[in-house]
Every structure is written in C-alpha cells, then in structure tokens.
Design a protein around this ligand. Structure first.
Ligand SMILES: Cc1ncc(COP(=O)(O)O)c(C=O)c1O
Length: 373
C-alpha cells in the first residue's frame, strides 16, 4: 500500500475502516454555500469543528464570502491560526490555562470569544491583561436551544456593559446559535421558528447600540438555517459547518448539499444470504443521530453497529462477498470525523491525496505527551 501524500494509491488499496472524501462533491458544496453569501451583506464564517481539517478550511476560505472561521475549542483555534487570521471561538472559554492560550493566539490573529458570564469575562480579561493583548468578545445569547447563553434583553445588556468596562477585552457584538432548529424537517416551520428565535438576537444587538456600545458582529446559524438566518436584516455572519461534508441527518432536512464523505469498510463475514458484516463499527463512525446509510447498494440497510462491526441487511439478490468493500454514510459529521486521523481524498477509484484531520481529538494532551520530561 502506497501511503505517502505524493504517491496516492487506489480506493481498493485503502486499509479499512477509513474516511473517504469525494473532492469534486466537497468543492461543489463549498462553492454553493459561497455563492449564497456572495451577494452579502451577511457573511459566512465556516465552523472548523465539523471537519477539523486545514485543507478543507482553506478551500472554504479561498471560495470567498467568509469573514473568518468559527472554532469550538482552543485546540482547533490554534490549528486554524496557522492559515486564518480571524477566528471566532463560539464557545465559553473559562479556565486560566485555556484563557492564556487564547491570549497567546490573540498576539498572532484576531480572536473573538463567546461569553455568557461575568466570571468567564473576567477570566479572559485577566489573561489578556497578563499577555498585553486584546481579546474580542461576543455576548452569547440563549435563543431557545437551552445550552449556553444569557437571555436576550436586560441580562445580555448587563454582561455587555461589563465587557465594555473590562480591560483587555473588546466588546464586538452578540451571538446566538439556534441549534434546536437545525434539524426541524418541515421547511415552513423551520423558517418561522428561526425568524422568531432571531428576533431576540437582532433586538438585543440594537439595544446594545442604542446604549452606545459596539455591536458590529451578530453571529448565528448552521447548515439547517443558513438561508433563513443568513437573510435576516441585522445578522452579519453564519457559522455553518456540516454543509461541506453532509450527513444523512442533514440530508433528510432537505438542504441543498450532497454527501461528500463516507466510511469505507471491508466485508469480513457473510454468515447468511440476508446479511453481511463489515469491519466499520461505531469506533469508526457515530450512531448518535441514527445508524448510517449504505451507499451504492440498493435495498441494503445497516441494522446494528458494534465496536468494530457493522451488520448490514442485504437485498435477496446481493452477491457481496468477503473482502468486498462497503461505503457507509454517517448520520452525523462532527463526531465521526473526530474518530479518524486522515481523509483519503478520491476522484473516482483513485486516491488523489491524503489530508490530515489535524485538529482532531484534544490536542493539548497529545502535545503534552510529546514534550520531553
Ligand atoms: C455554536 C455553533 N454554531 C454553529 C453550529 C453549526 O454547525 P452545523 O452547520 O454543522 O450544524 C454549531 C453546531 O453544533 C454550533 O455548536
């Protein structure tokens, strides 16, 4: 098996289980999203956490219409800072160690982080002051998901005032992720509930400005709502991530992107006419949203995933044999990709490149292990 990046092999030589990425489909998805935002005024800030792969992020940025990248973890931001100069950490960063790493990043690139508490704000401010840098902050609002975020209105204004008064941080605006609305299947319902959820975000942004505070950024959105939130007056950027690769969950929501990746497995057992078993279980793909789909075998369905086994119910005429390959379409992009080290990038049967999933896992522990004692 030739594995070096300069000498790619063929798909049937890839050791399994493995992640396979169809480059042409990826590029179509990226171009489609960039075109949607090309007319402005809202911009795209692709979420790096979906794929954690610099080569994909660089293609997203090169396609245009982007204000920078979104990250969920400090580790992702540290990798992204190698090729992107404007990073939003759309997440609460609160420990001194992580805040110090954010401050170190702020020396190299423009960094903005979400805050939803005075304690979090103070932790960032302290780290920024110690490093002599400025960290941007967005007040994170709960727009209905019920995860992080302060309530729109007065609670947000109080936190924003705290940010405006704090040294080392710069208030840059607000964000509110409508995560609970991404999977709503009915388009009309998704549209009306998203518009309603975004009202509180846009109104709070206006209240900040009326009170004399800065609010240049109003950040929201995901793959399920990009074309709803992305056309609401006052929203300045959309944090979509999954659109580049797609999963079966988002495919069933009916967004205009195609599946660009799959998990490749090898059939290791054909115990009956109705069933085969492949070597790609839930250690190679998540099943948190649902079991994966089967690509390219009409009528085949995955009936269970164990650690290292996918059991597949076959149509009666199936001739699939031990050693044959299967292609499974995961139900959820992010946790699947995080399980792998590389993407095998293909054009038809040819592996044209191998892309490291450089930001996978929790990098800080890996780095620590590699440091000399
Ligand atoms: C804060 C935040 N923004 C945006 C997204 C959108 O990501 P996607 O487009 O993959 O649904 C997510 C996904 O979980 C998120 O947590």
């Amino acid at each position: 098996m030739r594995m070096s990046r300069s000498v790619p092999g063929r798909v049937n030589e890839i050791p399994t289980p493995a992640l396979v990425l169809d480059r042409a489909t990826l590029d179509r998805n990226i171009a489609r999203m960039a075109t949607f935002f090309a007319g402005g005024p809202c911009r795209l800030r692709p979420h790096f956490k979906a794929h954690k792969t610099p080569e994909i992020a660089m293609r997203q940025l090169a396609a245009g219409s982007c204000s920078g990248l979104t990250c969920a973890t400090v580790g992702e931001a540290e990798i992204a800072a190698g090729f992107c100069d404007d990073i939003l950490l759309a997440n609460e960063i609160v420990t001194p160690e992580k805040c110090a790493r954010v401050a170190a990043l702020a020396r190299r690139v423009r960094v903005t982080a979400a805050v939803d508490s005075l304690a979090g704000l103070e932790a960032l401010s302290r780290a920024a002051r110690a490093a002599g840098v400025c960290i941007g902050v967005l007040v994170d609002l709960n727009v209905g998901q019920g995860r992080c975020g302060v309530e729109p209105g007065e609670a947000a204004l109080t936190l924003a005032r705290g940010a405006a008064r704090s040294d080392g941080v710069e208030l840059r605006g607000v964000m509110g992720y409508e995560g609970h609305l991404q999977p709503v299947r009915d388009r009309a319902e998704r549209q009306s509930r998203t518009r309603q959820a975004m009202e509180g975000l846009v109104k709070t942004a206006d209240q900040l400005r009326d009170a004399g505070m800065d609010c240049d950024i109003v950040s929201a959105g995901g793959t399920g709502t990009f074309d709803i939130s992305g056309r609401i007056d006052g929203i300045t950027e959309i944090q979509a991530g999954s659109y580049a690769l797609m999963d079966t969950d988002y495919s069933s929501v009916g967004v205009p992107f195609e599946p660009a990746f799959w998990v490749l497995g090898t059939v290791v057992s054909r115990p009956t006419r109705e069933r085969c078993v492949a070597d790609c279980g839930h250690k190679s793909m998540t099943k948190d949203h649902s079991l994966p789909g089967v690509r390219g075998i009409e009528g085949a369905t995955v009936t269970s995933l164990n650690d290292e086994h996918a059991t597949i119910a076959l149509p009666p005429d199936s001739t699939i044999a031990i050693g044959d390959r299967v292609e499974l379409l995961p139900s959820h992009v992010d946790p699947t990709i995080n399980l792998h080290d590389v993407f095998y990038v293909v054009e038809g049967p040819v592996v044209v490149d191998v892309w490291p999933i450089a930001a996978r896992g929790y990098l800080e522990h890996r780095t620590r292990m590699e440091e000399p004692a």
